[in-house]
Write a protein that binds this ligand. Structure first.
Ligand code: NAD
Length: 488
């Protein structure tokens, strides 16, 4: 990246940047299979060669444990890119679809084509994966791309700006660092697609800016992901999967981390005891000293989470944890029992290490409770009761559902990852990423043969009979119309 590009971007420079990317895109080079593959392979090389620097940046931004960074960010990014390399030829192939009698003779196909110049705006909590994964999809689909990493994870953002250009074609793929002013300058430009990851409030800003140019968006937002825990479960396994899903993923700072638990009044004491045991066995007696927990990303988010924790509506309800260390930006894994629905913690996405537990008389009530709130990005159910599972899958509306575990659906690239309603618009991962950045062009091929005079005026009674019969698949009627019966 040249010196000039490292200066903060303003509207004018953003305009020049998009113009130069449009020229590169118009040259046609991003469309070729060879270009796409070489860029994707460049990203794989970057991940392999710079793994240590990536892990260090993630540690600097979030004190993310190295194992967690490797499993949740590096390895997922690499397998996403490897999958794109392996499947690209197949993904790029036009899809033949059947023709209709009305267009006979003809052949029909859907041709995926790149959209053009696209913008990826990413969030801080998985600052490597959430930035590079959409870029992989955009490149696979043959677009020119600008990546705007999150300024809240400055080390990872700076790392992208420094290393990515050495591994990819920087005339078509750019990194622009910056915060609100720089993103606003970018958003003034006309893009062919914007994929944004972050909160819904900013999501609305992104969508409004995109609307000015009729730019389509993918909005990867968040929300409160509920976990329903039935009493008919393997409690030890449930507890371990819950704890690692909540605190083993960035210490709760994950879009699909369990946000709150719903369980029955009678089962809650057993569940709480087992959760406490799992927490102790994973993070020791003093969780604040555990090296296996990320810190809170910054003092703004630290204060935001404490506001939820110190709400007087939940005072006396903290049954585990609650400790905090402002200097180290640490908050202990915390369990809060019987939280009222009007407490702050039940009104906002927590995005931190607090886990409230709501109790109900019958577990079936949980479904109505979930459906009475904005649609979440993910919803989880632990049960051995097949009927409850069936009902949950059929009636709970969320971006994704996972039965008897947390978070793991994210790791399956055959599943689309995205929200619904308040939790997002559109989806990506695997082939869905390719689709998110492609236009599905409808193409019908005809020859000059197969003329049907009934298409053309003057519209006689016979032509009308013929077309009526044809369009209602009435073969006998078609034959009769062709032979001119009934006579006029
Ligand atoms: P963030 O603060 O990093 O913001 C996201 C991006 O928006 C950044 O690149 C930032 O520069 C940009 N931005 C911020 N304010 C802006 C403005 N006024 N105008 C234009 N751009 C602006 O991340 P965040 O919002 O704190 O992220 C947390 C939220 O994201 C949570 O709600 C979480 O659930 C959600 N999230 C969703 C996913 C997903 O894949 N669906 C993944 C991670 C996080």
């Amino acid at each position: 990246m040249g010196e000039e590009e490292q200066q903060p971007i303003n509207v004018e420079r953003a305009g020049e940047l998009v113009k130069s990317l449009r020229e590169s895109f118009s040259s046609g080079k991003t469309r070729s299979y060879a270009w796409r593959i070489s860029q994707l392979k460049g990203i794989i090389r970057m991940i392999d060669e710079k793994e240590d620097e990536i892990l260090n940046a993630l540690h600097a931004d979030l004190s993310k444990p190295r194992l967690e960074s490797f499993v949740h960010e590096i390895s997922i990014a690499k397998s996403s890119c490897t999958l794109a390399v392996k499947e690209l030829q197949h993904w790029m192939k036009p899809e033949k679809v059947s023709s209709m009698l009305t267009t006979f003779p003809s052949s029909a196909e859907i041709v995926p084509e790149p959209l053009g110049v696209v913008l990826v705006i990413s969030a801080w909590n998985y600052p490597f994966l959430l930035a590079i994964d959409p870029v992989i999809g955009a490149i696979a689909a043959g677009n020119a791309v600008v990546l705007k990493p999150s300024e809240i994870a400055p080390s990872t953002s700076a790392l992208f700006a420094r290393i990515l250009p050495s591994f990819i074609d920087s005339s078509c793929i750019k990194v622009v660092e910056g915060s609100v002013p720089e993103t606003t300058a970018l958003l003034e430009q006309k893009w062919d697609k914007i994929l944004y990851t972050g909160n819904a409030k900013v999501g609305r800003i992104i969508m409004a800016a995109a609307a000015k140019h009729l730019t389509p968006v993918v909005l990867e937002l968040g929300g409160k992901c509920p976990v329903v825990v039935d009493s008919n479960v393997d409690l030890k396994v449930t507890s371990k999967r819950l704890v690692v899903g909540k605190w083993g993923s960035n210490n709760g700072q994950a879009c699909i981390a369990p946000d709150y638990i719903i369980t029955t009044k009678t089962f809650a004491p057993q569940l709480v005891d087992t959760l406490k045991n799992s927490l102790k066995s994973f993070y020791g007696e003093n969780h604040m000293q555990s090296k296996d927990l990320s810190r809170i990303v910054n003092s703004h988010h630290f204060a935001r989470i404490l506001r939820l924790l110190d709400d007087e509506k939940i005072s006396g309800k903290i049954i585990h944890g609650g400790e905090r260390d402002e200097k180290l930006l640490k908050i202990a894994p915390t369990l809060i029992l019987d939280v009222p629905d009007d407490s702050l913690i039940m009104q906002e996405e927590i995005f931190g290490p607090l886990l409230p537990i709501v109790t109900v008389d019958n577990i079936e009530e949980s479904i109505d409770m979930i459906n009475s709130k904005p649609k979440p990005l993910g919803a989880y159910l632990f049960t051995k009761n097949k009927k409850l599972e069936e009902n949950f899958v059929k009636t709970v509306s969320a971006g994704g559902l996972l039965i008897n575990d947390t978070m793991m659906h994210f790791a399956n690239p055959n599943l689309p990852f995205g929200g619904v309603g308040e939790s997002g618009i559109g989806a990506y991962h695997g082939k869905f990423s390719f689709d998110a950045f492609s236009h599905k062009k409808a193409v019908l091929h005809r020859s000059f043969g197969g003329e049907v005079s009934a298409r053309y005026p003057p519209y006689t009674r016979q032509k009308q009979n013929f077309l009526r019969a044809l369009l209602t698949n009435n073969i006998l009627g078609v034959i009769l119309a062709v032979i001119g019966w009934p006579r006029p």
